[in-house]
Design a binder for this molecule. Structure first.
Ligand SMILES: NC(=O)c1ccc[n+]([C@@H]2O[C@H](COP(=O)([O-])OP(=O)(O)OC[C@H]3O[C@@H](n4cnc5c(N)ncnc54)[C@H](O)[C@@H]3O)[C@@H](O)[C@H]2O)c1
Ligand SMILES: O=C(O)C(=O)C[C@]1(C(=O)O)C=C[C@@H](O)C=C1
Length: 305
């Protein structure tokens, strides 16, 4: 594959940025990758590992002459970083981000972007519970979605170029409106994380009662929750504070359903529980049959009744 951007600057060098570096290098998508991070320790690690072609001490230095600048910091820090880099952006450059929330990031960043610079928000739907400059890997975006959320009046050629970069990094790209994005992600990612955090918190409270049994006998379902609940606290604090309305909307619906199930258990409504679980099982099977869950093991497909 050929070079898509001459110079790419990554602000913040954690899981998402370091995975971008590896994925861009795999296909030679950028001639030069410049990176910077707020903490001196992260910059030091990035330099030691040769993560980027150059690591600068400030974001202002990193974006100098960059054709693409990607903000890879927690959602709550996007505005401050945009303010810092705005005066140093090259005319004609593209600024993008990878934040898990889109409306709040657009509101914070768009007004700071100078005329003549394109702003194209993005969100790769891929991650792990790990963070930091050593957590990235080239395959993270393979066969994952990356949603582009262009604001009104965005230059189609600049959007097409960013799309080509994400496709080059292995992702499938679609465009989506910001509010719709935030609602969909509240359902598919944000509230599920909140539920995992809560369940692990409950288990931790119980541990005082049952000693270490919660850890010792933790079954696969709970282990999956602990993986999710190990995700970065700063990132997730910022997600919930910046996607408040959609999170509360979905959480409201979730608690209504939970109360209905709670009642069915208390009153012994076995049929209601069976029908509910049958419906949810069909959803999982539908996802697998549509080939949308590349992680799903093949066992029992169409087998169990
Ligand atoms: N981790 C995931 O699963 C995932 C998936 C998709 C998108 N995202 C989004 O990507 C972004 C980065 O997430 P990550 O997982 O790479 O995080 P990370 O914790 O691995 O890295 C974050 C980077 O931002 C820097 N940083 C933190 N606070 C900052 C501040 N106030 N000012 C400047 N820099 C700061 C850190 O030093 C670090 O270099 C977030 O906006 C997150 O919502 C994360
Ligand atoms: O796989 C994981 O560990 C993730 O949590 C990744 C995940 C998700 O919820 O799917 C988390 C946050 C994102 O913004 C995008 C992807």
């Amino acid at each position: 594959m050929s070079v898509i951007y001459n110079r790419v600057a990554l602000i913040g060098l954690g899981l998402i940025a370091s995975s971008m570096v590896h994925a861009m290098r795999r296909r030679g998508l950028a001639r030069e990758i410049v990176g910077t991070a707020r903490s001196p320790e992260t910059r030091q690690i990035a330099r030691l590992d040769g993560l980027c072609d150059r690591v600068t001490d400030t974001a202002a230095e990193a974006v100098k002459d960059a054709d693409l600048v990607v903000l890879c910091v927690p959602v709550g820090a996007m505005g401050a970083v945009a303010a810092e880099i705005a005066p140093h952006l090259k005319p004609g450059a593209t600024v993008s981000d990878v934040g898990s929330v889109k409306r709040a990031v657009i509101d914070a960043v768009a007004p700071l972007i100078p005329e003549g610079v394109h702003f194209i928000p993005a969100h790769p739907l891929a991650g792990t519970e790990h963070s930091g400059p050593r957590s990235g890997f080239a395959e993270l975006y393979d066969n994952r979605w990356c949603l582009l959320v262009p604001v009104e009046g965005t230059d189609p050629a600049a959007t097409a170029r960013l799309r080509a970069l994400w496709e080059g990094m292995g992702a499938n790209v679609e465009e989506m409106d910001a509010d719709h994005h935030d609602l969909v992600l509240a359902v598919t990612s944000h509230v599920p994380h909140l539920i995992a955090y809560t369940m692990v918190g409950v288990a931790d409270d119980l541990r005082r009662v049952t000693d270490s049994e919660v850890v010792k006998y933790s079954a696969a379902g709970f282990r999956d929750f602990t993986r999710i609940a190990a995700s970065d606290p700063t990132m997730w604090r910022d997600v919930f504070l910046n996607n408040k309305d959609a999170t509360l909307e979905i959480l409201g619906r979730f608690t209504e359903e939970l109360f209905a199930l709670q009642r069915a258990i208390r009153t012994g409504e076995g049929e209601e529980l069976f029908d509910y679980f049958t419906r949810t099982r069909a959803i999982r099977r539908g996802i697998i049959e549509a080939g949308q869950d590349t992680d799903a093991p093949d066992f029992g497909r169409g087998g169990s009744k």
